[in-house]
Design a protein around this ligand. Structure first.
Ligand code: GLA
Length: 376
């Protein structure tokens, strides 16, 4: 364990934190202009930061290789920074590209967001940098503006064509609630999610199957959705109403139909979930989560044997519902459980993994936590 002073030999100007997220429902809808419903995790990326008099960017991570990555002068350029440092460097690049006067920074990162687990560890890194740079350089940008900067950083610098959900979740979620976000216009509402008051818990199962959105599969799915929307003459799949799904999809090539079905039914599931939460019935979310998983498994085809097993074992052991969360191809499952079922469900999932010969999963209870903030 190091601290800012021992790495950079000076006192920091401030400390910021930005969380990872669990998406409750609304998967692969964000790049289709649709709806999402994430919560922020208690796990955060923390950045202890000092403003510099020059343009230099010096980055150190507790989870890195013990070396300081130095970028500049001239600033970061896409392709020139690799590994974890690409995410914070990308944000400084995107801020400068957008014309914001951001000078040099010394940055000490310490993150406990599990990496490669579909819990947005990279968005947490991006967003903590965006919030810190905004604070130290007095940019006065709104959280949603910072989220768009962080998304552009990931799209154009890191090279992952992600939507805006993870960055919006990390910057805009509030403690005790889920963020109901319309990704078309970024209009948002915090939906109260007091699970404890209803005797409920959200159990997260990190399957430890590392997911990597940079490998082309995610980009391929996004391209498929965009092609389908273009063939239907729509700005985005968001614009296809559920009632028109069957009739309209018949006009599409067979391989695109399941993608469209997932996106259109998933948007409807988000709206149903929000209606249930507004009506004070969070337990009603269970079947919606499980239906969402079936759609990701059978139609969108982004689950894997480990996430499928975690879902089926959790539901068989009494979870009200469960689904994979995040981009897929591994990563995590979220299960809604009654408080007294938490332990039996956790044990059943762990036992099912052992019986299948899979590595041991990591389990924790997720509490809807605060979005990015200044700590000191
Ligand atoms: C990843 C992306 C998000 C979103 C999800 C799937 O987390 O970063 O933008 O597309 O996958 O819902």
């Amino acid at each position: 364990m190091t601290d800012f002073r021992s790495v950079f030999g000076a006192d920091p100007d401030g400390v910021w934190a930005a969380p990872g997220r669990v998406n409750l429902i609304g998967e692969h809808t964000d790049y289709n202009d649709g709806f999402v419903l994430p919560i922020a995790l208690p796990h955060t990326a923390k950045a202890t930061v000092r403003r510099r008099d020059d343009d230099l960017l010096r980055l150190y991570s507790e989870q890195g290789d013990g070396r300081v990555t130095e970028v500049g002068p001239g600033g970061p350029t896409p392709g020139a920074v690799a590994g974890w440092a690409a995410y914070p460097a990308a944000v400084v690049w995107a801020l400068r590209e957008a014309g914001h006067p951001v000078g040099g920074l010394d940055v000490h990162i310490d993150s406990d967001v599990p990496t490669g687990a579909g819990l947005s560890s990279s968005a947490a890194l991006e967003c903590v940098l965006a919030a810190a740079a905004d604070g130290l350089y007095g940019l006065g940008l709104a959280p949603a503006e910072l989220a768009l900067i962080a998304q552009r950083a990931e799209n154009a610098f890191v090279g992952v064509p992600c939507g805006v959900m993870d960055q919006m979740a990390s910057l805009c979620c509030a403690e005790g609630g889920a963020l109901f976000l319309d990704t078309r216009d970024l209009s948002q509402r915090q939906v109260p999610l007091d699970l404890a008051a209803r005797g409920l818990r959200l159990l997260v199962v990190d399957t430890r199957v590392k997911h990597d959105l940079g490998d082309g599969a995610y980009a391929g799915l996004r391209a498929g959705c965009e092609r389908a929307a273009a063939l239907l003459g729509l700005p985005a799949l968001r614009d296809l109403p559920l009632a028109a799904l069957d009739g309209e999809s018949a006009r599409l090539p067979a391989e695109l139909r399941p993608l469209v079905r997932h996106v259109v039914t998933e948007n409807a599931r988000v709206e149903q979930a929000v209606a249930l939460l507004d009506a004070g019935d969070p337990a009603g979310l269970g079947p919606i989560l499980t239906a969402g998983h079936a759609s990701l498994r059978d139609d969108f085809r982004v689950s894997c044997p480990e996430t499928d097993l975690a879902v089926s074992a959790a539901v068989a052991a009494g979870a009200l519902g469960a689904r994979m969360t995040g981009g897929g191809f591994g990563g995590s499952v979220v299960a809604l459980v009654a408080e007294e079922a938490r332990q039996p469900v956790a044990e059943a999932v762990t036992a099912a993994f052992a019986a299948a010969g899979y590595g041991e999963p990591e389990l924790f209870t997720a509490l809807p936590s605060a979005g990015a903030r200044r700590l000191a």
